[in-house]
Design a protein around this ligand. Structure first.
Ligand code: 13P
Length: 253
């Protein structure tokens, strides 16, 4: 049985003090509500990770990135081993903002994924098309290409440590969410791509999250879809109440 997950991606938001406050609030709310069927993750900036991991009793913590090299003279980089040493169990890799603004290619991501798995971090691997690609009817090809190039060097056992996040770029931070039908159509396709490579059982066990303007109002509708296993939440994860509403919506389905 695949896990249901609601993960926040705080991106480059919150000072350390604000981040600790937000994480505490989320942790307390999750503890009180005890949504048994949902794994809750907060993805925070690197400098927050150690402190947030110390206070996290009812939530998991993810880094938003890690380096493509194991260690050494790479000024400013943070390795997968360092992320792991803060207590994290997850790392988000391949977010469209990193692909678009920091030149992150599938070739680089193959190295990052390998290092994350070596360090026993599960990977939330992001994929998704830009608007022009959808309008040209290329969205399925684009998403498949990123999965094949970024992940299909993995063994089936390793692939068990991957969570996929479909995030159509045109829906990120725009307030323009994919319809539940669009999300379901793509998630179903993604599952079939995984099945072709690793078989039905692995595909069935793979958690596929939706991200892109998922919020307290539309989460329930999105999560009613059979192949939408949860969400990767940007803006709405910065407000504990909204994030909790999304978690509750996931738990109710
Ligand atoms: P928004 O929820 O702010 O659209 O961001 C989605 C996202 O990029 C999560 O990784």
């Amino acid at each position: 049985m695949r896990k249901k997950i609601v993960a926040g991606n705080w991106k480059m938001n919150t000072t350390l003090a604000e981040g600790i406050e937000l994480a505490k609030e989320v942790n307390e709310k999750v503890k009180a509500a005890a949504p048994a069927g949902v794994k809750v993750i907060v993805g925070t900036p690197f400098i927050h990770l150690a402190d947030v991991n110390r206070l996290a009793t009812d939530i998991e913590v993810a880094a938003e990135n890690c380096a493509a090299e194991a260690k050494g003279a790479y000024t400013g980089e943070v390795s997968a081993a360092m992320v792991k040493s803060t207590g994290c169990k997850y790392v988000i890799l391949g977010h469209s903002e990193r692909r678009a603004y920091y030149g992150e290619t599938n070739e680089i991501l193959v190295k990052k994924v390998a290092l994350a798995l070596e360090n026993e971090l599960d990977v939330i691997f992001c994929i998704g098309e830009v608007l022009e690609e959808r309008e040209a009817g290329k969205h399925f090809d684009v998403v498949k290409k990123d999965i094949v190039e970024g992940l299909f060097n993995l063994t089936a056992e390793q692939f068990g440590h991957i969570v996929l996040a479909y995030e159509p770029v045109w829906a990120i931070g725009t307030g323009k969410t994919a319809t539940s039908e669009q999300a379901e159509e793509m998630h179903k396709f993604i599952r079939s791509v995984v099945a072709e490579k690793y078989g039905e059982q692995v595909a069935d066990d793979t958690t596929i999250l939706y991200g892109g303007s998922c919020n307290a109002k539309n989460a329930d509708e999105l999560f009613s879809m059979p192949n939408v296993d949860g969400g990767l939440i940007g803006g709405a994860s910065l407000k504990a109440d909204d994030f909790m509403t999304i978690i509750t919506a996931r738990n109710n389905h």
